[in-house]
Ligand binder design. Sequence first.
Ligand code: SF4
Length: 271
Amino acid sequence: MDQSPSITIRASAWAGLFDCAYRFEGIHLLKMRNVVGLRAALGTAIHAGTAAFDQGRLDASGVTADDAAGVMVDKLRDPGNEYDPARDDLTVGEAERVGISLLTKYCMEVSPRYQFVAVEMETKPLDIDCGGGVIVRLTGTMDRARIRKAEHGVGIADLKSGSAAVQKGVAVTKGHGPQIGTYELLYEHSTGEQITDSAEIIGLKTNGTPEIATGMIANAKRVMVGTETEPGLIEFAADMFRSGRFLPNPRSLLCSEKYCCRWSTCRFHEE
Ligand code: SF4
């Protein structure tokens, strides 16, 4: 008989556990609210535009770069979650200009290089038995990711935006392994097909001159599931859920008053 899950986590949120688990606990178990700035809202809006364009390519429904820009601007003006425009050194007008320029570049120059087979794919729920009667269920869509097909078969292409998403002409891949590993695992679980190609990060830089570049990540799933002799990140996660003890990481890039909802009560961060 199936056991019902103790907790359900969105697939796109799971990797946050391996950044700062204490922050993850604050957001997903203690339900602390994160108020984001305009730059984060810009990222969300750009992703909505790229997804509309790529889905349009898949469906051959004729979505143009202009249509995608419209989706982006609508999303930016009405982000649908709490955000505080005063949090960033950016006006809505500037955010629109950056967003349209990046999105146009993506639609005209980057997306056509790929053969996508799925955009932000819905996954089949995956239960992780943590022991002690605790079941964590991963669910939802692969937000911001695509499944791409190339000469080595299928692989993940994950879009990441941010002010430092591209450095020295290459997409920053550091820190994205757990997210990619989770998506690879969920793809195989959902479809019954193997991932056979390395994953790729498509980075979109939202600060300064708009720039888009890629970077590769290999063996991400193995890091998540481990090997016969070495535990994977899922085992460490199971330990945390079973014990209820979530490790803080004051070295996280998100460890700041601006990005962490637990900042005001967390005793572990540096001032
Ligand atoms: S303030 Fe820093 S250490 Fe504390 S929960 Fe947030 S990210 Fe983690």
